[in-house]
Design a binder for this molecule. Sequence first.
Ligand SMILES: [Ca+2]
Ligand SMILES: [Ca+2]
Length: 310
Amino acid sequence: MKKLYFPFLFATTLLVGCGGGGGGGNNATPTPNPTPISSASAQSEASSISSSSSSSRSSASSNNALSPEIVDIPAGSFMMGNVNNFVADFTSWPENLEYEIPVHSVDIKAFRLGKYEVTFTQYDAFADATGRARPNDYGLGRGQQPVGNVSWADATAYAAWLSQQTGKKFRLPTESEWQYAARAGTTTEYYWGNTADHTFANYGRDVCCDVLASGADRWLEAAPVGQFPANRFGLYDMLGNVSEWVQDCWNPNYVGAPTDGSAWKTGDCKQHVSSGGNFHFTPFGIRVSTRAPFDASDLNWGFRIAQDIE
Ligand SMILES: [Ca+2]
Ligand SMILES: [Ca+2]
């Protein structure tokens, strides 16, 4: 399996391939800044499914001040994959789009998802408490910067530790949960429309593959979490900034993929899916449905946590 993407390193990192395509999408009219769905609305829908929703949430935060903020994601169904038959204007990695088919319907149960990518502050608390080495920040700073350079196992261990600390069920999101939450009811290439725009996310140049600061995107590399508009579910940085581990084993297309929102636990489980792209990627690489495999042991990028509604 070719490596599409690359570790949480500097812009000069040697690339083995280009996940990018210029231009940022097809010719459909972009939808400017979507109207946010209020978190209260989403919480209300989730609460109708679990009456313990509110108490669970407040309990988690009171048990651990370092718990990431979480957002209630309502149940629903969506079409997963390359829903617009997106055609990239490049030929170097045509299998990228083959990864995203067949488009299929998935039913998602209500769950919770981190409002932001897990930060260095949050992850370092786990590392210190468990005797793990703190991940390298490559000089970008810690604090509210999204944690990077963590393996899939690290991310999974963090969720297990947080569960132990809070008594709640934290875990990585499944790939379908992640994509459903990133879409937040939209069917466009990005949750703000069909054209990549540095107003809405931290990513790189149109031509593969280099970092770029442009307009509201003032960052060549990772930005502190929450610097761009949230999507309609109130989630920040789902596209761009740092790529995010999800639970699923790697499969090079969606033939046989679960349709109930669960993780795909068969296939190439030495690799796992990474979603959302990052500050280094082109417009192609930060599409909602772009997916990439990483070796589970590689120190790649970051993640956000999910929580079961109990
Ligand atoms: Ca940028
Ligand atoms: Ca991200």
